[in-house]
Design a protein around this ligand. Structure first.
Ligand code: B16
Ligand code: MG
Length: 216
């Protein structure tokens, strides 16, 4: 099978917003008196805003009104948007520009599958909104990661069969989504955490088009 499309996650794959999500959740958890570690945060990567907040509330044994829960989610998002406000093209991970150029040269379509409702804003800040053939974010998806829907939506929009797509993720939830979509799964991050992936790279800059073409 020839690979015809690469579908990228955003936060933690193309730029370091995963760290900003962590800092914003950590501040909120501290305020609520809920212990929240980087290990806990691994479970939240790729998980949408409400799902992440429910994880923290459950960890703290907190049961709050729907109104209060919405207020906390909004507060986290305001903080997160403050953290990303200063981002520029320099925050794009090393190697992203070159990889996209290589993919274009080999006629491989480029898609984005992000759980973040802030995805368009982040893409603008790091100067790559125009680089994608198709962008899907949380606002158009019924079932978030680990459900395969978002990756399948992008593949369909690109008119490429799932088996001819490579999906690239830093999160456990996202990897599961790629695998269940029937795509080739690439992990970005820690090998021991992302052991389900076909191949894991510490940084996106290590991923080369030659490896993609031979299905890694
Ligand atoms: P927002 P990705 C995900 O983006 C993040 O990994 C996750 O930590 C975050 O909670 C989620 O987006 C929702 O983000 O609050 O901005 O809508 O990794 O799928 O690009
Ligand atoms: Mg991510």
């Amino acid at each position: 099978m020839t690979i015809k499309a690469c579908i990228f996650d955003l936060d933690g794959v193309l730029t370091d917003t995963a760290e900003y999500h962590f800092l914003a959740w950590k501040a909120l958890a501290d305020e609520l008196g809920v212990p929240f570690t980087r290990e806990d945060n691994e479970q939240l990567k790729g998980v949408d805003r409400m799902g992440s907040l429910h994880f923290i509330l459950q960890k703290g044994g907190l049961s709050l009104s729907q109104h209060k829960v919405q207020q906390l989610a909004d507060k986290k998002n305001v903080h997160y948007r403050q953290l990303i406000a200063h981002m520029t093209e320099a925050d794009r991970f090393d190697g992203v520009t070159e990889l996209f150029e290589q993919l274009r040269a080999h006629d491989i379509a480029i898609g984005l599958a992000s759980s973040s409702k802030n995805a368009q804003l982040v893409l603008q800040r790091i100067g790559i909104s125009e680089a994608f053939d198709y962008v899907a974010d949380a606002s158009q998806i019924k079932q978030g990661k680990p459900a395969p829907e978002i990756f399948l939506t992008v593949a369909e929009a690109l008119n490429v069969a799932p088996a001819q797509c490579v999906g690239i993720e830093d999160s456990l939830a996202g990897l599961q989504a790629i695998i269940d979509a029937g795509m080739v799964a690439v992990g970005i991050g820690d090998k021991t955490v992302l052991s389900q992936a076909e191949k894991v790279y510490a940084h996106i800059g290590e991923l080369e088009v030659t490896a993609i073409l031979r299905q890694l």
